[in-house]
Design a protein around this ligand. Structure first.
Ligand code: GCU
Length: 405
């Protein structure tokens, strides 16, 4: 039931995705914003104002520091997840601090899967999962609340949202030389408006100006994962990659933008509040996203519905904050709700900042050619919203090009 509940939540917005066709390639570069800065120091001097505006208008106040500790650790070498795979779990307790103090502590569990044969420390792909962690990485002993079922991924869900919507391909990831760490970020902030807002408020001190949204809190969960995993001998602290699909793709981008311990980002179909521009956008509007998901953003975001030009920033600036660290933007042609064109334009808008760091951003000159080795890689496949057969090989091509041995 938990699995079904988590996935039906997605359906609300996603059924609309298939109703329209996106053009074969994004429509040129008209109305593409660009960041103009003459050198790196000019750009770096502007970053704090952009970070402040993104928080004030979209994501809410983000933590300025975190205390995180491991409260429990279990290792299973029994290879029950697949041949040659070691499974570990870390119970984490973490408390964010905000400019005005701190609120409650959060607790969640990280599942880690790594190849037993690996020598030295590995790069890790950190995943926030749509399905409960214990179903996404289905080790029979996986920690879970009393009574929670492990749950097979229903065939209908796999059909509608792709083979990998719930379960990343553990063996394929290990063979590519990566560890995989996975959490259910809803253990920290539930993905429901009332319960979500209550959890967000508990984590903040009273009286903090702009209540953070779930996207910001889930981004913080990536940062906590980075802290914990970066301390493990089996993991290379310089190769921590945040991966998310859709709502968690938004969170992965925010994590990369605000936390430079995250070395790279894979944001698949992140859409509104993620990689896609707010201004002159197609697909999901600010009005629609803030009405359906009031807990995802700071309340101020809703005030820009229909008045997007009043925003001080746009999403190309979020991408630019990640520079020069590599980012992959995943898209599908018929996923118009996520607005692949808007993500493409945002990538073009961020490119001048990558160039300031000596990173030429070429894949964006010509679509249809996936160049995983580029610092801003744009992956476009046929089809709709979801994580399908060809997505993970593309994600791993990007991860290997930038972080492989
Ligand atoms: C809905 C929502 C999107 C979101 C998506 C998802 O469709 O409107 O903004 O990205 O769910 O998380 O799958």
């Amino acid at each position: 039931p938990a699995l079904l509940l988590a996935l039906t939540l997605m359906l609300s917005g996603c059924v609309r995705l298939t109703l329209a066709w996106a053009p074969q390639t994004p429509k040129g570069q008209e109305a593409t914003p660009a960041i103009v800065a003459s050198d790196r120091s000019e750009w770096e001097a502007r970053k704090p104002a952009i970070e402040a505006a993104l928080q004030e208008e979209i994501y809410g106040t983000l933590p300025v520091a975190t205390e995180a500790k491991i409260a429990g650790h279990r290792v299973f070498e029994d290879q029950k997840l697949g041949e040659g795979l070691v499974f570990e779990e870390f119970d984490v307790a973490a408390r964010p601090s905000f400019p005005g103090g701190s609120g409650e502590q959060a607790s969640f569990t990280i599942a880690l899967v790594r190849p037993a044969s690996a020598k030295g420390s590995l790069p890790v792909i950190m995943v926030e999962s749509f399905c409960p962690r214990w179903s996404a990485v289905p080790h029979p002993e996986a920690a879970r609340p009393t009574g929670a079922e492990q749950g097979e991924v229903p065939g209908m869900i796999r059909f509608a949202f792709g083979r990998y919507i719930c379960q990343p391909p553990l063996e394929m990831i290990a063979e590519a030389g990566f560890a995989l760490a996975l959490v259910s970020a809803t253990e920290v902030v539930p993905d429901q408006s009332e319960a979500g807002i209550a959890a967000l408020q508990r984590l903040m001190p009273e009286g903090e100006d702009a209540r953070w949204g779930a996207v910001g809190a889930w981004a913080w969960v990536f940062s906590v994962m980075a802290d914990i995993l970066g301390e493990q001998d089996s993991i290379d602290a310089d190769r921590l990659i945040a991966y998310g699909h859709s709502r968690y793709g938004k969170a992965a981008l925010v994590a990369g933008a605000f936390d430079d311990s995250i070395a790279g980002v894979i944001a698949h179909q992140s859409g509104t509040g993620g990689a896609s521009l707010n201004r002159r956008k197609s697909g999901e509007s600010i009005e629609q996203i803030t009405r359906s998901y009031p807990h995802w953003f700071t309340p101020a975001y809703a005030e820009f519905a229909g008045e997007e030009d009043r925003l001080q920033t746009d999403q190309h600036q979020l991408l630019a904050l990640i520079a020069p660290r590599p980012v992959l933007l995943g898209n599908a042609r018929r996923d118009v709700w996520s607005d692949p064109n808007g993500a493409f334009k945002a990538a073009i808008g961020a490119a001048p900042v990558y160039e300031l760091y000596g990173e030429a951003v070429r894949p964006l000159e010509r679509l249809g050619t996936f160049r995983p080795e580029e610092p801003v890689a744009y992956w476009m496949r046929p089809g709709t919203h979801g994580v399908v057969e060809e997505d993970w090989p593309a994600f791993l091509a990007f991860a290997s090009a930038h972080f492989g041995d």
